[in-house]
Design a protein around this ligand. Structure first.
Ligand code: SF4
Length: 459
């Protein structure tokens, strides 16, 4: 979504206008995901229809495939669909206008590794309340199932001052919430020059330093980040999140499996025990924090017993949300070549069973909000019921309530929660607090000393 917004912003800056109707557009862009095979197949089926339209259309029509499928397929895609004008990897999102110019003369394949240029355009953001801000592009990890390092390239951190400048502009424009983005945000700063002045041996910039540096940006009331990697998730980061009031008590930390041998085969670099330690540490400082994760079932060689350990971990942690997926072999990844692939039927059976467990655990976990009054940032009218508004609490859970979503859009309101489901809640407004940061979630945040005392007491 962030890349799509960036491309739309570049195109608007040179005079293009977005069209609601694809059949009227002069430029069609498919921004693609290749994380699973299904997403990739969807692109090919959509392209078939558009290629036919291009052959029949009088006048110019440019068809672009951007994103990770483009990066992965490159020239193959151009050969398979000769009507295509541009195939461009995600690192070229800021340069789509240049590529469109080049495509006037010949087909363009932009998939070589490049340094992502600092953004000089304003993305055309879908929301005027919440915004994505990239902090690091690419990934240097080598998880054996993942196609991302092959499609998004090596890590490239943006300069802290550029990130802060983008957030200042967002705050001035009335945005209230920012999500800092990276494939692995915890790697932020590893490629930036210099070492910390305090002789700690740390790099000059870590993700924790970045959070502290951007935290006071005026106008921005809430800061979130995604995605974290358990291998690099530090206690220092947890303490900063507990201390900084704008940091929301919501953590998305993929765990991928509850079995240590599977984690090793995935090359994830941590154990289930270490993962539990991280979550326990978060809850020591922020007992009410929401935890979400990603998990894969049916990774090559996964036995029923190993799958059970994943179920056990989901129950033990008590996740608020888990994005579940059946393992999908991806090109260029080591695990795709292994012979011990799990049969599709077994994978889908495990996925169904795990989804039930996730639903059960998330529903149970959601009950802690019942009867509480929580700060909601209103995002607008409920698309399915205009008499209702909806927004999110700091824990990233959706809340619906009776009210005028249009006039409340962008406001912080206090909602008393009357009904809690696994992924959404219903309630009633008790107060409109406007744009002030109410931070009710931090009522349960402990100071470092209090947390240490609690740990000692437990010991
Ligand atoms: S850290 Fe995430 S993006 Fe990077 S290789 Fe592993 S799964 Fe893929």
């Amino acid at each position: 979504m962030a890349d799509s917004e960036r491309m739309a912003g570049v195109l608007e800056s040179v005079g293009y206008v977005g069209s609601e109707d694809a059949s009227e557009a002069d430029v069609l862009i498919y921004n693609t995901c290749s994380i699973r095979e299904k997403a990739e197949q969807k692109v090919y089926s959509a392209l078939g229809k558009q290629a036919k339209r291009k052959r029949e259309r009088v006048g110019d029509l440019k068809i672009v495939v951007a994103g990770c499928v483009a990066q992965q397929e490159g020239q193959t895609l151009l050969r398979r669909v000769p009507e295509l004008d541009i195939v461009m990897g995600p690192q070229f999102a800021n340069r789509i206008n240049e590529l469109l110019d080049q495509a006037n003369d010949a087909q363009v394949c932009a998939t070589e590794q490049v340094a992502v240029e600092e953004d000089i355009t304003t993305p055309r953001r879908e929301s005027n309340i919440t915004a994505w801000v990239n902090v690091i592009y690419g990934c240097n990890e080598k998880c054996t199932y993942c196609v991302v390092p092959y499609t998004r390239g090596a890590e490239q951190s943006r300069r802290p001052e550029d990130i802060r400048r983008e957030m200042m502009a967002l705050g001035e424009a009335g945005y209230k919430e920012v999500t800092l983005l990276g494939q692995n945000v915890d790697a932020y700063g590893r490629d930036l020059p210099g070492m910390a002045a305090d002789a700690s041996g740390r790099r000059a910039w870590t993700f924790t330093d970045l959070l502290r540096y951007v935290h006071d940006v005026p106008g921005i009331e809430r800061i979130r980040f995604a995605t974290s990697h358990p291998r690099y998730f530090t206690d220092r980061l947890v303490r900063a999140c507990a201390e900084l009031p704008k940091l929301c008590e919501f953590f998305h930390i993929p765990f991928q499996s509850g079995d240590n041998d599977i984690l090793k085969a995935m090359k994830r670099g941590y154990t289930a025990e270490r993962y539990k330690e991280i979550i326990n540490n978060i809850r020591r400082y922020m007992p009410d924090a929401s935890i979400s994760g990603d998990v894969i079932v049916g990774f090559p060689g996964e036995t029923e017993e190993q799958y059970q350990r994943t179920e056990d971990l989901v129950r033990e942690i008590g996740f608020d949300r888990v994005n579940t997926a059946a393992y999908s072999p991806r090109p260029n990844t080591p695990a795709a070549e292994w012979e011990n692939q799990v049969a599709d039927l077994i994978k889908s059976d495990r996925l169904n069973r795990l989804n039930k467990v996730v639903m059960e655990v998330a529903t149970e976990r959601a009950q802690r909000f019942q009867g509480r009054t929580l700060e909601v940032l209103v995002e607008g009218p409920n698309p399915k019921n205009p008499a209702q508004a909806f927004g999110r609490i700091r824990h990233n859970k959706l809340v619906y309530f009776d009210g005028d979503g249009k006039s409340l859009r962008g406001q912080l309101v206090m909602v008393r929660v009357d009904e809690c489901n696994a992924f959404s809640m219903f309630g009633e407004v008790v107060e409109v607090v406007g744009a002030r940061a109410a931070q009710p979630g931090h009522e349960q945040v402990l100071t470092e000393e209090q947390a240490q005392a609690q740990v000692l007491a437990a010991v």
